[in-house]
Design a protein around this ligand. Structure first.
Ligand code: GLU
Length: 275
């Protein structure tokens, strides 16, 4: 395995154009930029717009404007996930051939009624395994379209990685999170798969993102392993608080960068007030 810290640093900003940029994201991006500049690295911008139903062109334009206003810049042409859809298919095929994914016909309602309690705000609940084959089985379908596809996580497997900010992280596959969707029935790769393929293809050496994605990192590490790709290093920044130490709610629209800007905040005053 190549030691990532020995490679020229490549970082990324990966906003999703599903709403206006939140101050929490902006500050995490700022940290990503600082870490990248300190290592004389290259910073890339990837717009995560695979979720067609929720991504709006207006938000896309607004994100560019907000990032620039906040003082963020990137070193290569922006990458749009929606332009890269064919790149994700070989990964689906590889996982299929390894028998590591299965077709899931559960409806949203089945899942809600059968699912265990969600672990944290926003976390997907643990899939009860209704469609999971008893053993590793290669699915018959030769293409993913029309179905949800889940990755089979090893049962009760202890996992560990070293986070550059938060230190050693541990989780139990099958207990802290369950089989997760890697391809959706509207024929788009899910976030977990797309982010792994793109970070690997773009040669990202360090992923800087919010601590609310820590559990997803375990999922992604399983995908890196299954696809025989080298994972980047991870730096999960603590969630942002205001100057009194209070955590900011993610969906608080008053905390969008534009709302703050309209009410007279500057990038400098935002960076001084929130941390
Ligand atoms: N697009 C994701 C988000 O905005 C970021 C995912 C990541 O950094 O891996 O939440």
């Amino acid at each position: 395995m190549i030691l990532k810290s020995a490679l020229p640093y490549r970082g990324r900003l990966a906003p999703s154009p599903t709403g206006h940029l939140h101050v929490g994201h902006a500050l995490t991006f700022w940290r990503a930029q600082e870490r990248c500049r300190a290592r004389n690295g290259r910073l890339l911008l990837r717009i995560e717009d695979l979720d067609r139903a929720r991504s709006r062109p207006g938000f896309r334009e607004a994100i560019f404007e907000d990032l620039e206003w906040f003082g963020l810049s990137w070193d290569e042409a922006p990458v749009f996930q929606s332009d890269r859809e064919p790149l994700y298919l070989p990964a689906w095929r590889k996982l299929r051939e390894a028998g590591l994914i299965y077709r899931c016909d559960c409806s949203r309602r089945d899942l809600l009624s059968a699912a265990a309690a969600p672990h944290a705000e926003d976390e997907e609940s643990i899939y009860p395994g209704t469609c999971r084959p008893v053993s590793l089985t290669m699915p018959n379908e030769s293409a993913p379209s029309g179905f949800n596809w889940r990755f089979r996580v090893p049962e009760n497997a202890p996992l560990e990685f070293h986070d550059l900010c938060a230190g050693t992280q541990r989780a139990m596959a099958g207990v802290d999170f369950g089989d997760f969707v890697i391809w959706r029935k509207d024929n788009v790769p899910a976030y977990q798969l797309a982010v792994v393929i793109d970070d690997a293809a773009m040669g990202i050496t360090e992923v800087v993102r919010g601590a609310d994605l820590l559990l997803s990192t375990f999922r992604q590490l399983l995908l890196y392993r299954a696809l025989r790709l080298d994972p980047p290093e991870f730096y999960h920044a603590p969630l942002i608080t205001d100057s009194s130490g209070k955590r900011l709610a993610k969906r608080d629209s008053a905390r969008s960068l534009r709302a703050l800007r309209t009410s007279g905040w500057t990038p400098e005053s935002i960076r001084a007030h929130f941390r």
